[in-house]
Design a protein around this ligand. Structure first.
Ligand code: FAD
Length: 342
């Protein structure tokens, strides 16, 4: 995170459509950086249904969300895309030389002549836990995601939740924290059995405490949490001392900062033409679920098609002097050379 970068196209969103855009741009000799607030590429496929089979990707009978993501990453690897994960694209600015500058909430700045918004259903944002007074501590000692693992080293941490994120981070941070206490309102989890087993093993070793309880409040002052108050059926109310809390109550998708970029919106999505998938602002394109046009289907295959046309549109901004020759990958030596990374 941080630093300044220059590229040809900044892709906001590393979902399946943003990933395939790297391929279509790469074929035309165009480089790309991708920004995603998630800690991994794949968008909805990786976050919402990694293990569900998708049955309508052309020529592929069945492929899970995670497998599709991995195959897309493999396909685009020759083009060496640069990923800025765990970062939210928050601002857009036009520079004097006509290029765009995007900044993220982790102080990364990227400039490029073209922007491609592939932001899907919007940015994944954590759901807030229904704990009274939690706002006072947010971003200081209460977090909804791990963006820098090191800040948890040596700390006494309470983790709340019962899904994969809660379990994975309990197991992971147990290695570097002073103490981790996992609190979930039920004894059973919505997480992979492997991670649940691992958590129970860590509990047996005394590295993790696990409580079935409901969080009712927090103590502390000036943004620094002191303890988590809990209540449960079989125990009296108690306070669990901690200096950090992580709450994983699931994610929702919100349009987020892209709504403030000055692009024409229709039904909270970006209005585009269907020739180049360009927005109301020249050199800013939008493809995938975030694009709005008459007849749009929110399908991965539609997003792939949109990526190809976007790349052709982007070419004229990146190489204004050049004519774009339409070519097939089967027969074009220059396309084949690009794909093989020569
Ligand atoms: P997304 O996958 O939504 O990815 C967009 C990414 O952009 C997200 O990771 C988000 O965090 C990021 N982002 C947005 N704004 C910002 C910002 N400002 N800064 C940083 N990052 C940002 N489609 C099919 O074709 N076939 C199916 O069988 C199918 N099954 C589905 C099943 C389920 C349960 C769901 C939920 C969807 C299904 N879909 C299916 C739909 C498909 O997943 C979407 O069409 C597809 O994911 C859209 O891809 P995308 O790249 O446009 O956006």
């Amino acid at each position: 995170a941080g630093g300044t970068h220059e590229t040809d196209v900044i892709i906001i969103g590393a979902g399946p459509v943003g990933l395939f855009a790297v391929f279509e741009l790469g074929l035309l000799g165009i480089k790309a950086h991708l920004i995603d607030i998630l800690d991994k590429p794949g968008g909805q496929c990786a976050e919402l249904y990694p293990e569900k089979p998708i049955l309508d990707i052309p020529a592929i009978k069945s492929i899970t969300g995670q497998q599709l993501t991995e195959q897309l990453l493999d396909q685009i690897s020759p083009f060496d895309p640069q990923f800025h994960l765990n970062e939210m694209a928050v601002s857009l600015e036009k520079l004097d030389d006509g290029k765009w500058r995007i900044e993220t909430d982790m102080n990364t700045a990227i400039t490029a002549p073209v922007i491609c918004v592939a932001a899907g259903g919007g940015s994944f944002q954590p759901k807030k836990p229904p704990i009274p007074g939690v706002e006072e501590f947010e971003g200081k000692s209460v977090f909804y995601a791990v963006r820098q693992r090191e800040i948890f080293r040596g700390k006494t941490i309470v983790i709340a939740g019962g899904g994969d994120s809660a379990l994975d981070w309990t197991n992971n941070l147990a290695r570097i924290a002073k103490k981790v206490t996992l609190i979930h309102r039920r004894p059973d989890f919505r997480a992979s059995p492997d991670s649940v087993e691992k958590m129970h093993a860590l509990t047996a070793e005394g590295k993790v405490d696990f409580h079935v309880a409901q969080i009712t409040g927090l103590t502390g002052a000036n943004g620094q949490i002191g303890a988590v108050k809990t209540t449960s059926a079989d125990h009296a109310d108690r306070e669990i001392a901690c200096d950090m809390m992580l709450a994983f109550f699931g994610l929702t998708m919100k349009l987020g900062p892209i709504g403030e970029f000055g692009l024409d919106l229709t039904e909270n999505r970006i209005a585009v033409d269907t020739e180049k998938f360009e927005s109301s602002v020249p050199s800013i394109f939008c493809i995938g679920d975030m694009a709005h046009y008459s007849g749009k289907l929110k399908l991965i295959l539609s997003g792939f098609h949109e990526a190809a046309l976007m790349a052709h549109g982007a070419f004229h901004y990146i190489f204004p002097e050049q004519k774009l020759k339409f070519q097939h990958t089967t027969s074009s030596r220059s396309l084949q050379a690009r794909i093989s990374g020569d």
